[in-house]
Structures are given as structure tokens and as C-alpha cells.
Design a protein around this ligand. Sequence first.
Ligand code: ARG
Length: 561
Amino acid sequence: MKNKIIDLLDQTIEELDKEKIADILEIPPKEDMGDFAFPCFQLAKVFRKAPNMIAQEIAEKIPQSENLSKVAAMGPYVNFYVNKEIYVKEVLNKIGSDYGASDEGNGKTICIDYSSPNVAKNFHVGHLRTTIIGNSLYHIFDKLGYKVERINHLGDWGTQFGKLIVAYKKWGSKEAVEEKGIPELLELYVRFHKEAEKDDSLNDQAREWFVKMEQGDKEALEIWEWFKDISLIEYKRIYKILNVDFDHYTGESFYRDKTAAVVQELKEKGLLEESEGAKIVNLEKYDMAPCLVTKKDGSSIYATRDLAAIFYRKNTYHFDKCIYVTGLEQKLHFAQVFKVVELMGYEWAKDQLIHVPYGLVSLEGGKLSTRNGNIIYAEDILKESVSKIREIIAEKNPDLKDKEDVAQKVGIGAIIFNDLYNQRIKDVTFTWEKIHSFDGETGPYVQYTYARAASVLRKTGISEVGEIDASLITDDTSVALLKEIERFPEVVKTAAQRLEPSVVSRYVMAVAQAFNRFYHENQCNVEDENLMKARVKLVLIAKQVIKDALDLLGIQCPEQM
Ligand code: ARG
């Protein structure tokens, strides 16, 4: 419809080209102002006339068209009222089973580096955000036809493992680690730091153990591998709860034999400088602190391994884009690393390496139940959310079928939705009441809307509708709902362009709200069979688009709530 109106305007106004017209054409804020509005301010200069008069003239000159029921000037605007019946038909025709999908990404590969917790440390709320955002970006790019490589860049290498081995050998036991897992490893790590304050020789021992690891010492690597396995069990439990997956668990340790080549190349290209025994790349010219490449003792660091990872991924996956989802505090790190790659002569670093930062998350009032001191485990938050929803179900709908499954989907959905509802760079604070509310801007509200649509369909007993009489669903709330549904493909593209799942979450909220308005105005279970079919058709596609949009966020929806 928009294109048809642009065509009509183009025929009428010689002074503007199509692109310009498309640019100016607006969607008016109120229903009674029509479906599209063309503001005439910009033409005032060209015609040397008041915009109101220009609007009047254009409205009179627009050729008759079956697609429009009315064209009228309103102040400085030309308002277009589309023929609703034709519009409804047109939208219904467009919407197939894979509405929203596209082939724009065919033949292109995107690497997404997300989640990436640090072995032997707790998976905290920040890691929850990277996991949720990264997973949503995966679904969004997948929908657009890209090949996506989901990479978990585990923090599984570095001097901290030397410390952990020392602590384990001194104060740990196999049983305690097996039984308690990460909290025990964390405790050993904390103890190491306390004791090392009194006894500096512990630090030397830790360094020695890490050197052993780097040299491939069997005992050192066995203990390290075991810590890693223990940690992965816990992380994978969380991924299962969140329904998140990875194609590669290639952590920092994966690059330990790949850093030397990068350091060598940096040296050959004359980029390395000495600084107090360490090797750095000077980035003063770019207003950045130097990028540390190797430490005094020659060992690699976080940045070195990220450099090696970039070249490995480029050569292995041939990515068109490599995206990193981490907290904002790593902004400088990625800016430095990307700059170094560019300075090495790889022009693609400029637009193919992308850091996707996000803000902090916290609970209002700070009351999160924790296992252990003030350390917050993401898993506890997820479980708490589910258990609170379980209580709500027990109170409000104790006879619900598949109660436990619903509690899982809604409890987890509430957390994910809240996480993705605002621009990712914004900090997230929440209260349980707010994110679990069934009538706010929440996951449960959208899921409830979905279940409501499912229930309408169950009541009518219809699960498929062929041709319908479009003239039966031209009322305001039906058309408003269709307008929202129609936007889906644009929404997916915009979300991908901006690397911003909130574009999708805002959208699905708008669809749910439009659906509920439609639902209150239009009874579906009516005598008139044609009318029932027409309305059910709308319910079916609304239900489908809500499901597809929630899928993009990584949220599952129960059929009954
Ligand atoms: N392990 C890091 C952390 O927990 C995140 C790693 C992000 N990815 C990367 N390639 N540096 O903060």
C-alpha cells in the first residue's frame, strides 16, 4: 500500500523523486487521520506557497484509485485512507508460513561470540545477559538466512589456574570439588588470595604451575581439565534451562598454540614496542592506551588470545561479521584489539569486527537469594523466577495442565523478556512483581496473549482456514492488528542491522496489545460461519507471529496458562 501511495504522489508531484517521497511519507498518530500522511512543509520553498494550500492542491490532483477510499487535506498534510478490504486481502496474501524470514543472509557467515563465562568462577548475572542477547541475535540472523557460528569463548586459560592448582593442592579435596563444584573452586581461589597476602611465595608457586600448564605438564593439565569439566557441567545446566546452544566451545585455551604466530607477525610488521619488559602495540595516535601483547615473562594474555581467535575464525569460518557480546566495561579492550588487526593491514577489521556492549543488571532493592555470601549465581535467579511462577499458578490456576512446564517457560520467559525489553546498553533493574506481572509490559503478558489465542482456536475447533471474505475484518481493531503483523519482516531486518533484540521485544508487545484490543471487540465463536472463519484467520496469523517473534528472543510459549 505504501508503495502504491508513493507511486500516486510521484505521478502528482514532479518536483520530488520517489525516494524523497518515501522519506517524507508518515504514518499519522491517529486513526481518523488516515493510514498515511504526506506533510507539505518541504514543498513550501519549492512552490513558494503555504503548506496548507499545497496540501489542498495535491489532494485534489491525486488520481482516483481503487486502493484508496479517500484522500483529503488536513492542514499542511495530505491524508490517505486506504481501501480496507483491498488492504486486508493484500496482507493476508503476503503472509505465508515463513513470514519474517528472508534470504538476505544467504551465503554469508556471522560469528557470534557470547556467554563465555570464566572457568572455576560463578556464572553471574552479566553472563546471563550476554547469553540471552547473543542467543537472540543468533535467532535473528538465522531467520534472515545467515549461517551463524555460535562461539563460547570460555575464560579457561591464564595465571588464575596456577593459583587454583596451588590452592587445591594445599587446602582442597577431590570429594569437596566433586560435590560442591564451582562454589568450592571459588572458595579455594578466594583463600589463595587471602593466604598470598601473608605469604608471597604462593604467588611464585602459582606462576610455576601456570608455566607448567603452558609447557604441557601432564599433572597440571589434568587438574586444569578437571576444573574445566566441573565448571562446564554447571554452565550447561544453565544453557539447558535457557534453551541455548553453541556450535563451538573454543575457549581461550584453544588458542594457546596459536598466539606465537600472531606475535611473530606483529613483530615482522614492526608494530611491537618494548615497555618495561612487556611487549605492546602503541595506540597513542588513536587516543587509546597501548594494547599489551605479551607479559614480561613472555606469556600471552587475554588480548593476545583474542587476536589469535580473530585470525582463526577468519580462516576457518570466513566470517562476514564477527560479533562480540560483552558488558560495556570491555569496550576499550575490543577497540584496542580491533585496531591492532587493522594496523596489521587487515582492512576488514574496520567493519567486520563488532563489539556489542550491554549495561548492568540488578534487582531493585538488591534482594536476590544467594547460595554463598554475596556472590550471585545466575542459576539461582532463574530457579527463583520459576519457583515464584509456580506459586502464582498454584494460587490462581491449580488445575492447569502441564503446570511444571508452564512454570518453566513463563519463569524463564519473564527474565529473558525483561532483559531484552530495553535497548541493551541501558542498565536493567527489576523487581519480581514487575517482571512477573500478567498485565504489564512483560513476558508473561505476551505469553498469556499467545495462550489466549490458542484457547480461542480450541473453542472454535478450527485449526486451519483457507480463503476468507476480507470485507468481514475491516473494522478498526482488526486492521490495526494486521498492520502490526505486516511489519514483522521489517522488524527482523532492523533488529539485525542495529544488533538490537529490543526491536523485536517492543514489536511483539505491540502485536500482543493489538491482539487484545481486537479480542475485546470481536467475538470469534459466532453463528455466522464466514465471519467466524475470517476472525479465526486473524487469530491464527497473530498467534503465529507472536510465536515467531518470541522464538527470536529465545522465549517459549505454552499453549495454556
Ligand atoms: N570471559 C570473558 C568474561 O567473562 C568474556 C569473553 C568475551 N569474548 C572474547 N572473545 N573476549 O568477561
